[in-house]
Design a protein around this ligand. Structure first.
Ligand code: IPE
Ligand code: IPE
Ligand code: MG
Length: 253
């Protein structure tokens, strides 16, 4: 029998849910004397390799930040490029999503998108809804504060309507009203592009997520870079407030 070293065993511990801030498209393009739009186009390719690697490694949920609620503040030409890219990428990738058994979900405030794009999003979600291999959640016009505010609004609405009592409001009640209540909180959070901030991504859901920052720009982030992040995660000890000794005792119990 081949001996399995401790590090091999560790590297089998795969995060169930990975969340990624795909940052650095603009800088990647500018470094090459290209327009920012070229960076966004190149970035769309990285999504494909990370999706495929997630399927290969057994990640169950991948949530990627594609457009924040603050990104509307960018020049209109750039916003338009991003909207067109959503359309064309969906069109180009839907076959591959079906082939890899990927369930697509769009999270965020859809009402701001054009009716045409909303219809495209709806259709892509409909045709992939039974897939179980990987859930790919694309956060578009998403903001962590928007998500929490909307959940608070729902709670208030239900209390006002008499379907919920005040004493039923707890963390679980709020979490159940967030964007994807059926999915566990992210285990690993990756941000490319060198910045070390959360930029209003999954604020509530990241309370105990392991953070990983890469200096690579998103278009440079390939399967090998993603593997390095997954392997780094596998070596971490998650304590959730316990002592290290308690965690070790629990694992061997
Ligand atoms: C991330 O890359 C993509 C979006 C925010 C839509 P950026 O466009 O933010 O790239 P940088 O950070 O300016 O390099
Ligand atoms: C975060 O990147 C949002 C996405 C990657 C979609 P930004 O580039 O918008 O973040 P800031 O503005 O640098 O914090
Ligand atoms: Mg950026």
């Amino acid at each position: 029998m081949t001996k399995i070293s401790a590090i091999d065993v560790d590297e089998m511990r795969v995060p169930e849910h990975v969340a990624i801030i795909m940052d650095g498209n603009g800088r990647w393009a500018r470094q090459r004397g290209l327009p920012r739009s070229a960076g966004h186009r190149a970035g769309a390719k990285s999504v494909r390799s990370v999706v495929e690697e997630s399927v290969r490694r057994g990640v169950r949920v991948l949530t990627v930040f594609a457009f924040s609620s603050e990104n509307w503040r960018r020049p209109p030409t750039e916003v338009n490029v991003l909207m067109e890219l959503f359309m064309s990428t969906l069109q180009a990738e839907i076959k591959s999503l079906i082939e890899h058994q990927v369930q697509l979900r769009i999270i965020g405030d859809m009402s701001a998108f054009s009716p045409k794009l909303q219809a495209r999003f709806d259709e892509a979600q409909r045709v992939t809804r039974h897939h179980q291999r990987l859930i790919l959640q694309v956060a578009a016009n998403y903001g962590g504060r928007w998500d929490i505010t909307r959940a608070a609004y729902s709670l208030a609405e239900e209390v006002a309507a008499g379907s919920l009592r005040l004493d039923q409001i707890d963390e679980a009640a709020l979490a159940a009203r967030l964007s994807f209540p059926d999915v566990r909180d992210p285990d690993l959070f990756i941000r490319t592009g060198g910045e070390k901030r959360i930029s209003n991504f999954l604020l509530w859901q990241s309370a105990y997520t392991e953070l990983y920052f890469s200096d690579l720009m998103w278009p440079e982030f390939d399967a090998a870079a993603y593997d390095a992040a997954l392997n780094d995660f596998a070596r971490r000890q998650r304590r959730f407030g316990l002592t290290g000794e308690q965690v070790v005792a629990k694992a061997s119990a």
